[in-house]
Write a protein that binds this ligand. Structure first.
Ligand code: CTP
Length: 126
């Protein structure tokens, strides 16, 4: 099994999220998606999502290629998650390019090209 992990808020789920998750899964055989909790969004990411955590979880759970969903509660949990879940590949959009290179001591790190012209911020309008 090749295990991939990714992180995000995935608010107002859109095709940019779908294409990212689809490509993340294609890097391996098992995909864990860590979804930011409402508290983490509010207190650390300074982001107020339109959909709450359980709504965002419900949407991503419905994707048949997603194998595991886990809450993202802090910036610092990634190393622990990678170790605990025996992850081989950390994948995320290239808006984060370089930011997670420190994880290369634990697994492969892959920045996937972002889909143009769509974002939660655009859809939410704030
Ligand atoms: N993503 C992507 N293409 C987009 C938007 C997002 O590939 N057009 C990816 C991000 O790079 C990230 C994941 O989807 O790996 C989750 O991103 P998130 O920040 O939740 O979505 P955004 O639409 O970027 O949200 P915001 O506008 O609030 O920053």
């Amino acid at each position: 099994m090749i295990k991939v992990i990714t992180y995000g808020t995935f608010d107002t789920f859109h095709y940019g999220h779908f294409f990212l998750l689809e490509r993340a899964k294609a890097l391996g055989t098992h995909l864990t998606v860590c979804i930011s909790t409402d508290e983490f969004n509010k207190n650390q990411k300074r982001k107020i999502a339109k959909l709450n955590f359980s709504e965002r979880v419900r949407i991503i759970k419905s994707l048949n290629f997603v194998d595991h969903i886990y809450p993202e509660k802090s910036w610092d949990q990634k190393v622990l998650d990678i170790k605990n879940f025996e992850i081989n590949i950390f994948a995320i959009g290239d808006d984060w390019k370089g930011k997670f290179d420190f994880l290369k001591s634990y697994c492969d790190v892959i920045y996937l090209p972002r889909t143009n012209d769509v974002s939660s911020t655009l859809i939410r309008g704030y």
